[in-house]
Design a protein around this ligand. Structure first.
Ligand code: F6P
Length: 332
């Protein structure tokens, strides 16, 4: 294999640059030419890319976003679009491909590999952590740190004014960010798409337990079945008379910023491994990390299976934020 291309696709995530850097530097170390494709599959269709040098990727490990650019590309779903992309890869003599992105990007990679005989390795790059076959995706840890920083600040107002805050975090299909940030920020509730939300029960719980709390924080995944943070707040308002309710949407600040140590190391290890695996003849594999071990599963399986947040964390949240029987007894 003489030339390996790398691209980033879908929503950007902190650590993508660290992964690109590791792919490029490892390829150079192994005597392979690294080739960067701009703006994901869109750039592949439009024939935009260049040979990357050591210098191109030096000094980028610390930055969020992706120096190659990214896109969500509808045209790649069409055969016509993919034909253009394949023609570009053939013209450039690309013999292996590393795709860094979420499950949409994995789907694109899988379609490509059916129509072109090119080895492909996928790396999980998304803040949502919703990729099967890895404990964590590249960017998840940094996004969580951003969320808890914001929630810590919101908590100051929530407790000073005895308010109930609905804080909306990203995750249109997945509740990993909501659940993990709720645990880490000491929020009282997490509403996630994977669990049916019962607003009557939530309101009753807030009424029952808020006496001992100075404020209440509910982290809402944007894809929750009961609605977004503002909609949920408006729905529970009539059930919480006398309560002061507010909502706050964290939005894209969660996707940016300098990657955490954890994301830099994860991305660097996976980027390095991707090149080794391509050179060893592997194809159509999605890499991930389980514990401290790099693992791989077929891209087709990573697309088909659903990554689920750990339900034990929901129980944990409940146990920590329900005022226990003994405290009730003491009060009475
Ligand atoms: O990267 C995934 C994600 O963060 C989702 O959680 C969110 O719904 C989506 O991206 C937002 O995407 P966009 O920036 O394209 O609006």
């Amino acid at each position: 294999m003489k030339k390996i291309a790398v691209l980033t696709s879908g929503g950007d995530s902190p650590g993508m640059n660290a992964a690109i850097r590791a792919v490029v530097k490892t390829a150079l170390y192994k005597g392979v030419v690294p080739f960067g494709i701009y703006d994901g599959f869109m750039g592949m269709i439009e024939g935009r890319g260049k040979v990357l040098t050591y210098n191109d990727v030096d000094n980028i490990i610390q930055y969020g976003g992706t120096v190659l650019g990214s896109a969500r590309c509808e045209e790649f779903r069409t055969l016509e679009g993919r034909k253009k992309a394949i023609a570009f890869l053939e013209k450039e003599g690309v013999e292996g491909l590393v795709v860094i992105g979420g499950d949409g990007s994995y789907t694109g990679a899988s379609l490509l590999s059916k129509e072109m005989n090119i080895p492909i390795i996928g790396l999980p790059g998304t803040i949502d952590n919703d990729i099967f076959g890895t404990d964590h995706t590249i960017g998840f840890d940094t996004a969580l740190n951003t969320v808890i920083d914001a929630v810590d600040k919101i908590r100051d107002t929530a407790s000073s004014h005895h308010r109930v805050f609905f804080v909306e975090v990203m995750g249109r299909d997945a509740g990993f960010i909501a659940l993990h940030s709720a645990i880490a920020s000491g929020a009282e509730y997490a509403l996630i798409p994977e669990e049916k939300t019962d607003l009557v029960k939530l309101s009753a719980d807030i009424r029952e337990n808020s006496g001992a709390r100075r404020g209440t924080i509910i982290i809402v995944a944007e894809g929750d079945d009961a609605g977004n943070a503002m909609e949920i707040m408006n729905k529970v308002k009539p059930m919480l008379p006398g309560f002061d309710l507010r909502h706050s949407v964290l939005g894209h600040i969660q996707r940016g910023g300098n990657p955490s140590v954890k994301d830099r190391i994860l991305a660097t290890r996976l980027g390095n491994e991707a090149v080794h695996r391509l050179l060893a003849g592997e194809t159509n594999m999605a890499l991930g990390m389980k514990g401290d071990e790099i693992v791989a599963c077929p891209i087709s399986r990573a697309i088909k299976e659903h990554a689920m947040p750990d339900a034990r964390l929901l129980t944990l949240l409940k146990e920590l934020h329900t005022i226990g029987g003994s405290e009730r007894a003491l009060k009475n």
